[in-house]
Ligand binder design. Sequence first.
Ligand SMILES: [Zn+2]
Length: 163
Amino acid sequence: MSFKDVLEIVAYSGGGFLGYFVLLDSLSLLSLRGSEKIKDYEHLQEVAKEEQIRLGLEDKNIRVRDFGYKNEGPGVSRQSEDGPCGTINSFYDMFIPSKSSFVNRRMALRHEHYHIKDGHCDSAYNLGWYGWKGRIWNFIRNSFYDEPKTILHCLKSRKEDKF
Ligand SMILES: [Zn+2]
């Protein structure tokens, strides 16, 4: 095997790796297409509540913030009053960028609520988001299991009247 062969293998596998994330991102954006737009802060809270009820998460303490900025989120993580991975008044911190015309939609909220329902935030929380081992494991788990499962749920739910 020559050096050129090795380079070729690296290029192929790297391309496959990159291709996977491009595909994942494309499907995620596809699930948002045509979804109801969030008008303002009140509407954001209203739609978030509807999605919380839709997924049977009434007993969960979820805080929905308007993040404003274009390139941040949407996202959700589990937090506590006493800092990351703390134990006092644990809650789910969800944020949506209202200034982004594309992701500021009902389906983005459904996506984040599904992460809560399926326990994705809890597994990340239990591992500790802030340790390097936790970060690596969370990245792998999120990229190859949690995220595709969530996107699939959202794509399937597009048959419902409100999406
Ligand atoms: Zn996600």
